[in-house]
Each structure stands twice: as structure tokens, then as C-alpha cells.
Design a binder for this molecule. Structure first.
Ligand code: AP5
Ligand code: MG
Ligand code: ZN
Length: 215
């Protein structure tokens, strides 16, 4: 299965990508997680990316395209992958198309999680993320079993720097202006599957499986 999970900030891309990755036994490739890892490690990439991420702006296309190209060549992607947060511009979508052509594989679907803006803000402001493994929680909708501790790896949970309300508003603006046009690109290729993302985590997951023709 080769999928893109698409949608605005806080739509539930990471949450659904994780569930799908577990179900199909294929990797979740989240450009946001990869960039946050680089920020944590303090690499040159991380230092550069941070200046964009803290403002809610997109990291330059060339940088993100390079990261994904390298990641898709690794052997664990041979049976499939789930892209979460990439592509985010038409330029990235075109680059991905070229990469997949070179690898001789095709996308199965682009799952678009449609969520209202007020819902997105509610979700993001109470989100907690694992510093170790990137797993996501929500203090009300999906709380960890033990406060501030990741169920999956025992790592510490924290609030992402770009989850302040002001930055979230800017991320939503950037989404509307630069990312939403990508939907047309995939609609034209017959790959787009629109999903009502306002439902509960489990209900959305069931809708996604249905759209993929899987039970
Ligand atoms: P990225 O990390 O991709 O952030 P994002 O797109 O803003 O999306 P989020 O991770 O905030 O939300 P999500 O859709 O994954 O939702 P989640 O499952 O966590 O990118 C961050 C930054 O990195 C960008 O701003 C940019 O600077 C840079 N970047 C990354 N990729 C890039 C690219 N390709 N090009 C250029 N720059 C790039 O859910 C949110 C919350 O809601 C959680 O608390 C969760 O528990 C809860 N929740 C989820 N589903 C439900 C539900 N159905 N009901 C109730 N609660 C739910
Ligand atoms: Mg995410
Ligand atoms: Zn963890």
C-alpha cells in the first residue's frame, strides 16, 4: 500500500498514519517528525528548519524533497509506505511523481482528512507529542495511560513549539495558500479520497479503510 495522508494542521494525519502503518506493517514517513528530530539533534538541517517551523512557514521545497527522496530509497519502503505531511506544495507533488516513476511504483490513494477549522484549533492546543518517538496524544480525546508519559515507548510528552494558537493560525493560512492546491493535482489523477475527519479517531479510521477498500 502506497498512501499519502493529506489535510490541514491538526487534521489527524499523524494519528491515522500511525494506525495505518501498524495495520499494514509499512513505515510512516512524516516530514514534520523528521525535521523535528533534526531540530532536537541540533544539526545544520535542524537549525535551518527551525527558523521556518517556529513561524509556521514551510521549509524550502528542495530541502524536504531531498529528505523524502533519500527516505523512499530505503529497503523498508519496498512493500509500501505512508507519507504524512508530504507533499505540501505542487512542486513537491511533481517531485514525488518523478521519484515514484524512477522507483517504478505507483500511489494507491491520497486520503484527504477534511476537518473544520475550529475543530483543528481545539485538537492542536491540547495535543501532546512524544519527544522520543513522535507518537501523538490529546489530553481529552486520546489521553496517555500515564500523565506525561508515552504509552508506546515510555518517553516524555511535550507541547510542540508551533502549537501556540498564533502559530497555528499562520499554519492554517499557509495550508490554504500553498498546500490546498495540491488536492487538484491528485483529483486530476483520480487518486483523491475525501474523508470526513471531524468524527472520532476510530470512526475516521473505519472511513479511511472503507475508502481504501480494506476491512
Ligand atoms: P507537521 O508536523 O506535518 O504538522 P502539520 O501538518 O501542521 O500537522 P500536525 O502534525 O500539526 O497535525 P496532524 O494532522 O498530524 O494531526 P495529529 O494526528 O497530530 O509539520 C510541521 C512543520 O514542519 C510545518 O509547519 C513546516 O514548517 C514543516 N514541514 C513539514 N512537512 C513539510 C513539507 N512537506 N514541506 C515543507 N515544510 C514541511 O492530531 C492532532 C491532535 O488531535 C492530536 O492531539 C490528536 O490526538 C487529536 N486527534 C486526532 N484525530 C482526532 C479525532 N478524530 N478526534 C479527536 N481528536 C483527534
Ligand atoms: Mg502530524
Ligand atoms: Zn514515544
Amino acid at each position: 500500500m502506497r498512501l499519502i495522508i493529506f489535510g490541514p494542521p491538526g487534521a489527524g494525519k499523524g494519528t491515522q498514519a500511525q494506525l495505518l502503518a501498524n495495520k499494514f506493517g509499512i513505515p510512516q514517513i512524516a516530514t514534520g517528525d523528521i525535521l523535528r528530530e533534526a531540530v532536537k539533534e541540533g544539526t545544520d538541517l535542524g537549525k535551518m528548519a527551525k527558523t521556518y517551523m517556529d513561524r509556521g512557514q514551510l521549509v524550502p521545497d528542495e530541502v524536504v524533497i531531498g529528505i523524502v527522496e533519500e527516505r523512499l530509497r530505503r529497503p523498508d519502503c519496498a512493500k509500501g509506505f505512508i507519507l504524512d505531511g508530504f507533499p505540501r506544495t505542487v512542486k513537491q507533488a511533481e517531485a514525488l511523481e518523478n521519484m515514484l516513476k524512477k522507483l517504478g511504483v505507483k500511489l494507491d490513494a491520497v486520503v484527504n482528512l477534511e476537518v473544520d477549522e475550529e475543530e483543528v484549533v481545539k485538537r492542536i492546543t491540547l495535543r501532546r507529542t512524544c519527544r522520543n518517538c513522535g507518537a501523538v496524544y490529546h489530553l481529552v480525546f486520546n489521553p496517555p495511560k500515564k500523565e506525561d508519559v508515552c504509552d508506546r515507548c515510555g518517553g516524555p510528552l511535550y507541547q510542540r513549539e508551533d502549537d501556540r494558537e498564533e502559530t497555528v493560525r499562520n499554519r492554517l493560512k499557509v495550508y490554504r495558500e500553498q498546500t490546498e492546491p495540491v488536492l487538484k493535482f491528485y483529483e486530476a489523477r483520480g487518486l483523491l479520497r475525501n474523508i470526513n475527519g471531524n468524527l472520532s479517531i476510530d470512526q475516521v479510521f473505519q472511513e479511511v479503510l472503507k475508502a481504501l477498500g480494506v476491512q
